[in-house]
Design a protein around this ligand. Structure first.
Ligand code: SAM
Length: 279
């Protein structure tokens, strides 16, 4: 079996009982950074054979792990922290294992995006996980522009070196007023969650360098939903437009804004003019 094992994102007390059992019994533990993994295993009193597996691992390493699985041995994949495959390596290995008909089993646990979402105070019923934005400013701004009308809460991972630049970009692309949160060093001694408008968070981060340290998740409220055109009231629109525009233009505008049939609005406008309601 291939086990995908989540590990703590800071506080080692967050390791699950199942994760310990699987790490202690796996024939091979595959890890992005074997030194970090060895430190975790030694904290847990576990000694296992470790193999390095990262995004740049060549196909030979994946074949090696698949061969282990095909020989009936169990492999546990761990990330440096949190859930493997979530902005971490593992996708190619899981896909290959599935294609080869192997069992892939999850050992769920911490994930910084979900931990941040659970305490940020932003809508969590629907959200979009964007992971890391491009490091280059122009590419980052273009990606943000594509997300500007996304109504679901946005979740980003960000490097502390770029967090202030990210808030500058958020201000110019999303505007200053949208609510946002910055979740830093979750489960660690300096855990901090800041919330407020994008402009407030920008100023706070700019004036307090400590907010530019450690591991960071940034969350942004989704864009306000566009008004449902069917709920736009034709009569109110005509009342606002008729005193300002010739009747036909007022009807055209009202039809375009509301999506309501032009003929019906025209009849309504005539009736309003006749009864003096349009003044
Ligand atoms: N696989 C991990 C997970 O499940 O969250 C994420 C790995 S990704 C390479 C590392 C990024 O996750 C960091 O740059 C940061 O954005 C976020 N992160 C990890 N640990 C965190 C923590 N304790 N507090 C806040 N963000 C964290």
């Amino acid at each position: 079996m291939l086990y995908i094992v989540a590990t703590p994102i800071g506080n080692l007390g967050d390791i699950t009982r199942r994760a310990v059992e699987v790490l202690a019994s796996a024939d091979v533990v595959a890890a992005e950074d074997t030194r970090r993994c060895r430190a975790l295993l030694s904290h847990l009193g576990i000694s296992r054979s470790l193999l390095a597996y990262h995004d740049h691992s060549d196909e030979r390493r994946e074949c090696e792990l698949l061969t282990e699985l095909q020989r009936g041995r169990s492999v546990a994949l761990v990330a440096d922290a949190g859930t493997p495959l979530i902005s971490d390596p593992g996708f190619r290995l899981v896909r290959l294992a599935r294609q080869a008909g192997m069992d892939v089993v999850c050992i769920p646990g911490p994930c910084a995006a979900i931990a941040a979402l659970s305490i940020a105070g932003l809508p969590s019923d629907r959200f979009v996980f964007e992971g890391f934005l491009p490091a280059r400013e122009s590419a980052r701004r273009s990606r943000l522009a594509e997300l500007a009308t996304e109504p679901r809460t946005l979740v980003f991972y960000e490097s502390p070196r770029r967090v202030l630049a990210l808030f500058e970009d958020l201000q110019s692309v999303f505007g200053e007023e949208r609510q946002a949160a910055l979740a830093r060093e979750l489960t660690k001694v300096h855990e901090t969650v800041l919330h407020g408008s994008i402009a407030q968070l920008h100023d706070r981060i700019a004036s307090d360098p400590e907010q530019q340290l450690g591991e960071i998740v940034v969350l942004v409220h989704g864009a306000p939903e566009a008004p449902d055109r069917s709920t736009v009231d034709g009569e109110s629109l005509l009342k606002a437009l008729l005193p300002r525009l010739p009747l036909r233009e007022a009807v055209d505008c009202a039809a375009e804004i509301s999506g309501l049939p032009r003929n019906a609005l025209y009849r309504q406008a005539l009736a309003m003019r006749d009864t003096g309601e349009s003044r």
